[in-house]
Design a protein around this ligand. Structure first.
Ligand SMILES: [Zn+2]
Length: 155
């Protein structure tokens, strides 16, 4: 019993030393940090998203409405990316024009974007301004918006 306690103490001291040495501490503490971040940043899906406010995403150049989008805090915070599955309405046909020719079933925006190459540019159909690129964010098909090219309005 006594020996075991000493061993545990020794182990504890060893691990304390290990975690204070810069070489071993940075990868291990980063590992913990990253997994926690990923857990927190994992995008919500399903019914909860339906409760989010719908905002209008508009071309900043010509004011054409591009999408109606389910956004958690409405227009309060900046729009940096759009998860494709949260796009409520493809108002200007930006996604629809990328649908495979001859699609008869209901359009699935996510699979349209997923089938495009990463970094594919999306343009405003009205004025031709590129406002986004296709991306995968936290494992979901998304549009990464180009800074300053879109503006948001309520509904
Ligand atoms: Zn435009």
């Amino acid at each position: 019993m006594k020996l075991r306690a000493v061993n545990l103490m020794l182990l504890w001291r060893l691990s304390a030393v290990a975690s204070f040495s810069p070489r071993s501490s940075s990868p291990s503490s980063n590992g913990v940090f990253y997994s926690t971040t990923q857990l927190l940043a994992k995008p919500k899906r399903g019914a909860i998203v339906d409760t989010y406010r719908t905002v209008s995403v508009n071309c900043n150049n010509c004011r054409q409405r591009l999408f109606r989008y389910k956004k958690k805090n409405g227009t309060k915070s900046n729009l940096i990316k759009c998860y494709v599955e949260r796009i409520a309405e493809d108002s200007a046909g930006v996604l629809e024009q990328h649908a495979p020719v001859g699609t008869t079933k209901e359009l699935d925006y996510s699979s349209i974007v997923q089938d495009l190459p990463m970094g594919h540019g999306f343009e405003c159909p009205a004025c031709g301004t590129q406002f986004a690129r296709s991306a995968q964010i936290h494992g979901l098909p998304a549009l990464k918006l180009v800074g300053g090219k879109v503006s948001m309005t309520k509904k």
